[in-house]
Design a protein around this ligand. Structure first.
Ligand code: ATP
Ligand code: MG
Length: 563
């Protein structure tokens, strides 16, 4: 895929890799992996991790695996696996034949566990989950030893084998590593390696009733695949000693875990648990609702993979957690769409405009520029006639001082068309609302310039009423009205901060006939209104557009203010 990813800045992860290449630490290999748990759809935070892992592999001529970390059968589903594959492909990355599943290693993991038991480094505990928690102690209080900790090795081996054979109910026993109940790092206080779970697994069906815990499984997966740099997010920093301990005790190939700060965005949530709630409780239309921070939501909204790459690159790789302004994501998107989006005229809230002195039945065609940023995009014909639609907000009867658009008696330009002057208005008798504007045009201004050098202060977009297509437009705003919806007050919940204005549907918008053949997923700039993407809900009778983003770049504005 062609993005300017090649310009990737040096960051601490890339520095480590350069260093390892200099010292020939892994025989000059660079091998990363992206290890999603298939328990939800991917979101923009995952995109960050994907861009880092696949990006680094390609920059260093290395490899990146896609590995499903499917160790928890209760929450995992094939639907999630399929969506994850689709989303990573959409981002433009390729794992060739290296698609792996943690469940493929269950047998080998079991054997590694047996090895630790034989070495006296793991034991079967019969304390309940709650007792284990209580025995663990706290940051200020050392843990207590389980009464089962000193079981003979033979007994542990026998019980572990019987756990696997299904002799015991869920929760009745676990396999724990025997490390140090007094360690200042709680992760080292005899962590659980296996639990009993009589659950059907999407891939191994009922073959297993014991399942490995993340900390035990993850390093083994990395080791088995020959990963060199196991890049993960900061919350695993305190788990690294455990990652190292397991691999060292087993004496097997040992990749290096490196942690970076996860991506956070304001006005949204990024926890899979919360996103699942929004979907299940129908606060949104689905995982791909265009308001969701999921990759499928962003795609449906009209985001491009290139904009997401650019955003991930420009937000950098950090060692400390922070929150990125969602306005910056939108800024990256505008930058990309500005270069590639076809321009058209679309009227969101139509107001009829009649040109009294324009010949009835006459139709002219004007040449309109498809993309001022890209001359090769050429021009198209836009029909013009006596009755047009303009944007309701482009006309005011009583205008405030700085309002330069159409008002009674004022002359303005119609884009690509003529100068027009408002001469009259028609109002709804009951509501008093203006329902039609009457104008005259100056035939000498064809194309939008006046031969006598007369100036006008504004240019309006428009469509010809008889030629325009009626379409639906969905306008979006932030999903939440609080910067950090997870920062809740007592008695509230993140859902209480869902914004009631996150979706507005306009059903009788008008666009140029040029768009008749627009297909789902195609993106346009409606001049003066923003970028719009054709939604798959479109039918042959009626197109549906999502507003991807408006034209107002709030991030640039914030930057200027700060300077
Ligand atoms: P959970 O483990 O709670 O289900 P998760 O978001 O960690 O959620 P995973 O499927 O484990 O989900 O994530 C796959 C990879 O994506 C992990 O390596 C994880 O560190 C990374 N990742 C997840 N969220 C972010 C984020 N916000 N920023 C950067 N990387 C992320
Ligand atoms: Mg995770």
């Amino acid at each position: 895929m062609t993005t300017d990813n090649s310009k990737s800045a040096r960051d601490f992860i890339r520095d480590i890799i350069h260093q390892d290449l200099r010292t020939n630490k892994y025989d000059g290999r660079v091998h990363t992996r992206f290890p999603p748990e298939p328990n939800g759809y991917l979101h923009i935070g995952h995109a960050k991790s994907i861009c880092i892992n696949f990006g680094i592999a390609s920059e260093f001529n290395g490899l990146c695996n896609l590995r499903f970390d499917d160790t928890n059968p209760i929450k995992e589903e094939q639907e999630y696996i399929d969506s994850i594959i689709q989303d990573i492909r959409w981002l433009g990355f390729d794992w060739e034949d290296r698609l792996y599943y943690a469940s493929d290693y269950f047998e080998q993991m079991y054997e590694f566990a047996v090895q630790l038991v034989q070495a006296g480094k793991a034991y079967i505990d019969e304390l309940s989950a709650e007792e284990i928690r209580n025995y663990r102690g706290t940051l200020t209080e050392t843990g207590r030893l389980s009464p089962y900790r000193e079981r003979p090795i033979e007994e542990n081996l026998d019980l572990f084998q019987r756990m696997r054979a299904g002799e015991f109910p869920d929760g009745s026993r676990v396999l724990r590593a025997k490390i140090d109940m007094a360690s200042p790092n709680l992760n080292m206080r005899d962590p659980v390696m296996y639990r009993i779970l009589h659950a059907e697994h999407p891939r191994t069906a009922d073959k297993w009733c014991i399942y490995p815990m993340y900390d035990w499984a993850h390093g083994l997966e990395d080791s088995i695949e020959g990963i060199t740099h196991s890049i993960c997010t900061l919350e695993f920093e305190d788990h690294r000693v455990l990652y190292d301990w397991f691999l060292d005790e087993l004496g097997i190939y040992h990749p290096q875990q490196i942690e970076f700060a996860r991506l956070n965005l304001n006005y949204t949530v990024m926890s899979k648990r919360m996103l699942l709630k929004l979907v299940q409780e129908r606060f949104v239309r689905g995982w791909d609702d265009p308001r969701m921070p999921t990759l499928s939501g962003l795609r449906r909204r009209g985001y491009t993979p290139e904009a997401i790459h650019d955003f991930c690159r420009r937000t950098g790789v950090a060692k400390a957690n922070s929150t990125v302004d969602i306005a910056f994501l939108e800024h990256c998107l505008r930058h990309d769409l500005n270069q590639r989006a076809q321009r058209v005229m679309g009227v969101l809230r139509p107001l009829r405009l009649v040109i009294d002195n324009y010949p009835e039945g006459q139709v002219e065609e004007f040449d309109a520029v498809n993309n001022p940023e890209d001359p090769s995009a050429g021009t198209r014909k836009v029909p013009f006639s006596r009755v047009l639609y303009i944007e309701h907000e482009d006309f005011r009867e009583d205008a405030p001082p700085k309002y330069f658009r159409l008002v009674p008696g004022r002359e303005v330009r119609l884009r690509y068309g003529y100068f027009i002057t408002c001469v009259d208005v028609v109002k709804d008798e009951q509501s008093g609302e203006v329902v039609e504007v009457h104008c005259t045009y100056d035939p000498a201004t064809r194309g939008g310039d006046s031969p006598d050098g007369r100036k006008v202060k504004s240019t309006l977009h428009w469509v010809s009423a008889e030629h325009a297509l009626e379409v639906e437009v969905r306008l979006y705003d932030h999903l939440f009205n609080k910067e950090d919806p997870t920062d809740v007050e007592d008695g509230t919940d993140f859902k209480d901060y869902l914004s009631p204005d996150s979706l507005e549907i306009l059903t009788s918008c008008r666009v140029e006939p040029f768009l008749a053949s627009a297909s789902p997923g195609s993106r346009y700039q409606f001049e003066r209104q923003g970028y719009f993407c054709v939604d798959p809900d479109s039918t042959p009778e009626k197109l549906v557009f999502n507003r991807v983003v408006s034209l107002r770049d709030t991030w640039s504005k914030i930057q200027k203010q700060q300077k």
